[in-house]
Write a protein that binds this ligand. Structure first.
Ligand SMILES: [Zn+2]
Length: 250
């Protein structure tokens, strides 16, 4: 039986029997992977609490290629992200990131850049106080790295760079309609050019500079609503865990 070795971040765990778990993780090399972990629920399990969501592990698992369920043979913890479990906002944000990754990824579809984004976002989440900006960066970059990169630089109709105060963002195409081409029946959501410029920054800013980016009051809600509506258009439903964050944001 082939063996697979990779880094993995735990997304979900379910009890299978009195002693076993099914653990779903997002791996660096093989996309989403589901494994049975025998003996994980025993009191004296050698695995301890390693399968809590967003724990980062080195795993070795076995099974035939492209099957749905594998057997976990071995794992070591790389980063437990303990700080995320001791603070309500960080915990709910970590759960929200986990749900987003789960929605955007599939079995056997490698996306190494997305794996690195997920790890880095959890790493920053342990210490930053600028959590709402981190959430926007994570949402927009997950969207972009999953093949739905928004086209913010030119108008869908006239192809020019938008210069007027208001534009529309069209969710289905991920594009914008500039002020000159807008009319009362234009599709999409009206936003200001200022909001568009912040969204561009969210896509390009270096994670190490995150504490320098602050959204102005009022515009923060517009940015949050827009990214939420765009996410919902792509995955076809609302993220259940967002409601715990929305109380603070919207
Ligand atoms: Zn235009």
């Amino acid at each position: 039986m082939p063996l697979f070795k990779t880094e993995a971040i735990v997304l979900q765990r379910f009890n299978l029997t009195e002693s076993s778990l099914i653990v779903t993780s997002f791996t660096r090399d093989f996309g989403k992977v589901k494994c049975v972990v025998k003996g994980a629920r025993k009191i004296k399990s050698r695995y301890g609490g390693r399968f809590e969501p967003f724990t980062c592990l080195n795993i070795i698992y076995s099974g035939k290629e492209h099957q749905n369920l594998y057997i976990l043979n071995h794992c070591d913890t790389i980063r437990p992200f303990y700080n995320l479990r001791e603070d309500y906002i960080r915990l709910t944000t970590g759960c929200y990131f986990t749900e987003i990754i789960s929605s955007f990824t599939r079995e056997a579809e490698k996306n190494e850049e997305l794996f690195h984004l997920f790890f880095r976002a959890l790493d920053i989440l342990e210490s930053t106080d600028n959590i709402s900006v981190l959430i926007r960066i994570f949402e927009m970059r997950t969207i972009a790295l999953s093949g739905y990169s928004p086209k913010f630089d030119s108008c869908l109709i006239c192809k020019n760079e938008p210069k007027s105060k208001y534009i529309n963002f069209h969710f289905q195409s991920g594009g914008i309609i500039c002020g000159k081409c807008l009319n009362s029946s234009s599709p999409g959501r009206r936003i200001t050019l200022g909001t568009l410029n912040y969204l561009k920054k969210v896509l390009t800013i270096n994670f190490s500079s995150i504490d320098r980016l602050r959204f102005p009051k009022g515009q923060d809600k517009e940015i949050a609503l827009l990214t939420q509506m765009y996410l919902k258009t792509i995955i076809g439903r609302e993220c259940k865990s967002y409601k715990f964050i929305a109380k603070q944001e919207l």
